[in-house]
Design a protein around this ligand. Structure first.
Ligand SMILES: Cc1cc2nc3c(=O)[nH]c(=O)nc-3n(C[C@H](O)[C@H](O)[C@H](O)COP(=O)(O)OP(=O)(O)OC[C@H]3O[C@@H](n4cnc5c(N)ncnc54)[C@H](O)[C@@H]3O)c2cc1C
Length: 500
């Protein structure tokens, strides 16, 4: 049985940020995550490190948090934040009044802006819609949520933090009305074990209410599903936003070799409801094409969706719900932290860690805004071309991942799961979506004794099913042709459908 001071439930950006903050304050802690890091909303997000521009008009408090955290994260996380800059583009018909409100609100919240003429905007992003009226430049960035989580966890691991991924919290242990620990079940063995702690932090995002209910409490949440689509190449080097009140499909974010366009906002009842509806793909692609006409002739390589853990609203439009966060003291030894954004994860972690210090009667102050994220030295950073230096033994051509990278991660974390390798190396996250590199990575795992050939066939089958689920809603044109090629390789040449 593990005994610790603080139990953190959830390995998204919030939970990983809390683990780093507590580690830097020397507080013993244990983080429990039912899957791998970032498998919830964090890994399913748009990857935009907000300047705050998107919220400036309607949610100025959240906007101010975003810009202040943006300035901190670009300093402490140089290898996971790409300083792309962003444009808010105004197209014919978009309200001039909203544009004026936008500029005024940005000024009031401290977001720097620069109004650009159409020709100046086209100099920066040549494939913008040439009929744009104007663009406003803001300090948006692109951020890698997987890398962000791993780097935060590095600080915890270096200072003795207990990290349990692929372990699900199935119960909260209560004694005399107080939460004193959790029961967790390991994913592959189903073994159940106990972890005892003085304080429990519920950082389970959209699953927060489910966790709170295990302790006889609840958290008031609205769950909002958002879908995104990925293009097969990088159409823009800057973040492109539509200059209008937030609505569907109005942001395009460059992310390494690809672009992520989205999103939608649909209220759901269950955090696991994350199917992409083909109608959402149509909406996003149509809207994105209005900003970048090339979008219409670009191959869409995958879709995905996540569920936003928002503060409870009394009905109406999810987009109007504040992106601010709240800490709930359940007065039984458990705290929940809900709402917020990936962009404000560090601030969220700081505020809840301050509460932990109060409960423990300690005074060590937060240092997460000053110290660079640890573990960045081994990363190549931006632009992606820096990785060309490692051209030897490449297994994933799209993301330039080498055989050594795969072998190192497999050995370091002792995993048999291909997803764990993908989250740590970006293997399969580029244009082929793992179609041509996953079997190579599994071969390496076999050679290093991590899995048997039979196990790797099983993993490959599961991977292909998951991959197809993401591709299905956007399957037409060239992508359909590529899928037929992938299908004939796996089913025809490799005979994957045949019984073993
Ligand atoms: C479509 C979409 C786009 C977004 N785009 C952006 C963006 O561009 N920029 C931005 O700043 N924000 C964005 N957001 C918001 C942002 O992603 C979230 O606010 C943030 O990632 C939430 O992080 P979290 O750690 O609180 O939750 P999550 O990332 O969901 O983490 C919660 C974790 O708890 C785990 N968990 C749940 N139950 C259990 C259990 N019983 N036992 C153990 N573990 C459990 C889950 O597996 C999960 O990993 C977006 C969100 C969505 C859905």
């Amino acid at each position: 049985m593990i005994k610790t001071d603080v139990i953190i439930i959830g390995g998204g950006s919030t939970g990983c940020g809390i683990a780093r903050d507590l580690a830097l304050r020397d507080i013993p802690h244990c983080l429990i995550e039912k899957g791998d890091f970032a498998v919830g909303a964090t890994g399913a997000c748009h990857g935009l490190l907000h300047s705050g521009g998107r919220y400036a008009v309607n949610d100025p408090e959240a906007a101010a948090e975003c810009i202040s955290e943006n300035m901190i994260l670009r300093k402490i996380g140089v290898k996971c934040v790409e300083q792309t800059g962003g444009l808010f583009v105004r197209l014919p018909g978009d309200s001039k009044r909203f544009r004026d409100m936008f500029l005024k609100s940005c000024e009031e919240t401290g977001i720097s802006t620069e109004v650009l003429s159409p020709s100046r905007a086209l100099d920066l992003v040549p494939n913008l819609n040439p009929s744009l009226e104007e663009a406003i430049k803001v300090p948006d960035c692109s951020i890698d949520p997987f890398r962000l989580c791993m780097l935060n966890i590095t600080s915890s691991q270096k200072r003795g933090g207990e990290i349990l991924t692929h372990n699900r919290v199935i119960d909260i242990i209560r004694e005399h009305g107080r939460c004193v620990g959790v029961k967790v079940q390991e994913e592959s063995t189903s073994e159940v074990s106990e972890i005892r702690g003085k304080i429990i932090i519920n950082a389970a995002g959209a699953w927060g209410d489910k966790i709170a209910s295990l302790a006889g409490s609840g958290v008031p949440m609205t769950l909002s599903k958002g879908s995104l689509i990925i293009t097969n190449h990088r159409l823009t080097n800057m973040v492109i936003n539509r200059l209008r009140p937030s609505s569907d499909g109005d942001i395009i974010v460059p992310n390494e070799a690809v672009c992520l366009a989205g999103t939608t906002s649909i209220t759901v009842n269950d955090p696991d409801e994350s199917e992409v509806d083909p109608a959402e793909v149509d909406i996003i692609a149509t809207q994105a094409q209005q900003m970048l006409p090339d979008f219409g002739s670009t191959r869409l390589i995958r879709t995905y969706a996540g569920v936003r853990p928002l503060l409870k609203a009394d009905g109406g439009d999810d987009r109007k719900i504040s992106r601010g966060f709240r800490i709930i003291d359940h007065k039984n030894g458990m705290f929940s932290i809900i709402g917020g954004k990936l962009s404000t994860y560090r601030l969220m972690a700081e505020k809840i860690s301050d509460r932990v210090m109060d409960v423990l009667g300690l005074k060590t102050r937060c240092r997460t805004a000053e110290l660079p994220l640890e573990g960045q030295g081994e990363l190549s950073g931006y632009p992606l071309s820096k990785r060309l230096k490692t051209l030897e033994n490449i297994v994933c051509e799209c993301e330039l991942v080498t055989a050594d990278d795969v072998e190192r991660v497999a050995m370091e974390i002792g995993t048999r799961r291909i997803g764990d390798i993908q989250h740590r190396t970006r293997l399969g996250m580029g244009p082929c979506q793992g179609g041509f590199c996953t079997y190579r990575a599994l071969g390496i795992m076999q050679e290093t004794g991590k899995m048997t050939p039979e196990e790797s066939m099983h993993v490959l089958r599961e991977f292909l099913q998951r991959r197809f689920k993401g591709i299905k809603p956007a399957l037409w044109g060239d992508q359909l042709r590529e899928e037929q090629l992938v299908e004939s390789i796996y089913l025809g040449i490799l005979g994957m459908e045949q019984e073993q």
